[in-house]
Design a protein around this ligand. Sequence first.
Ligand code: ATP
Ligand code: MG
Length: 426
Amino acid sequence: MAKNIQAIRGMHDILPEQSPRWQQLEQTIKSILAGYGYSEIRMPILEKTDLFCRSIGEVTDIVEKEMYTFEDRNGDSLTLRPEGTASCVRACLENGLLHNQTQKLWYSGPMFRHERPQKGRYRQFHQFGVETFGLAGPDIDAELIFMTARLWQELGLDGIRLEINSLGSSEARAAYREQLVEYLSAHGDLLDEDSQRRLHTNPLRILDSKNPDMQAMIEKAPRLLEHLDEESRQHFERLKALLDAAGIEYTINTRLVRGLDYYCKTVFEWVTDRLGAQGTVCAGGRFDGLVEQLGGRATPASGFAMGIERLVSLLEESGAAIPAQRPHAYLVMSGEEAELRGMQLAEQCRNQVPGLQLVVNCGAGSIKSQFKRADKSGAAWALILGEDELAANMIAVKDLRGTSEQQVFAQAGLADWLQAIVEKTA
Ligand code: ATP
Ligand code: MG
């Protein structure tokens, strides 16, 4: 026999037993976003490669080594999106959504990065992203953080801590960059290979290095936060005041620089110790320069993205119950005639009872085996259409989870009976 084809390394199926957890998470996020007035935008998964090179930056990990890039049949270079922000800005520009207006948007879906697969790090993973446009103040940065804090609370997740930093204006960063390169060059012998390479391309990223041999040296490096321009400093102060007023705890991490080039002023991450090395569940910040960089008018922007797989792991780890699927009823039928009438009756009930969750036994089988399936389905009630019931235009109902007696009544009354069940469980 030929060997079965397997999924691509680092890309996973989400199986029926796991999907209720995903749905619960997605629904909670969506309802919070709706509660703050954000609207959904959906973008294609494929984009022109140039979009990511121009937005994320040529010397970032993503563009240098993580993108799934290929030529399509026309010879155009396309890339499976590694993140959503670039596509979102492209879509907004292309559709005139940034002209004299503000936007509060969210998107969700798969992202693709060719990284080394490990727990919490996959080649296809899923993000929920939020982007705002046209709002320059720290108020919106704070709102983004409030929304995520509310999400952890609603999901019952604790132990996720907030780290914030400010990267300042691009001018302040350029001036700081020179100082940093000077400092790092003076300690060139301590720099590992990655950092040597980054010294002149993306020196701020060196601050983010996890290499233990470099920590002491990095600790003493000049700090960007101490070289902020006045406007960025005030922005950061106000953000802190807004967080304080809302009772949101944070730590200032002066080494938080984020992997992407387009950030300025506020950056933040929500981090947990419970997921091992892959502890960042949500990351974001301000990217005032990106819209202009992609050909639009200068437009302030701020956003974040969260990793759904990591949040699902956290939910699993915290022992939160998986919402169970509980159909209202399962229809058991004995024989071909009963099947004919039963399937007809089920459709009539669906027409009449909004919200009805009714599983019809498919694949025949003995009454005993049908009852086993009914039990496994999680249904509260079994509806039974045996030969006797069929002949008398009746239907029997049996409480699968309780102890009440089996009842029999006219088929004509089934829809009303189910309606009452649906209302009772709503
Ligand atoms: P990391 O430092 O972990 O590589 P990143 O800075 O590359 O993260 P972002 O681009 O900011 O990550 O993506 C936002 C969030 O998406 C991350 O905080 C994380 O939760 C999730 N994420 C990023 N890459 C992956 C991946 N390969 N697999 C699973 N989740 C991921
Ligand atoms: Mg990464």
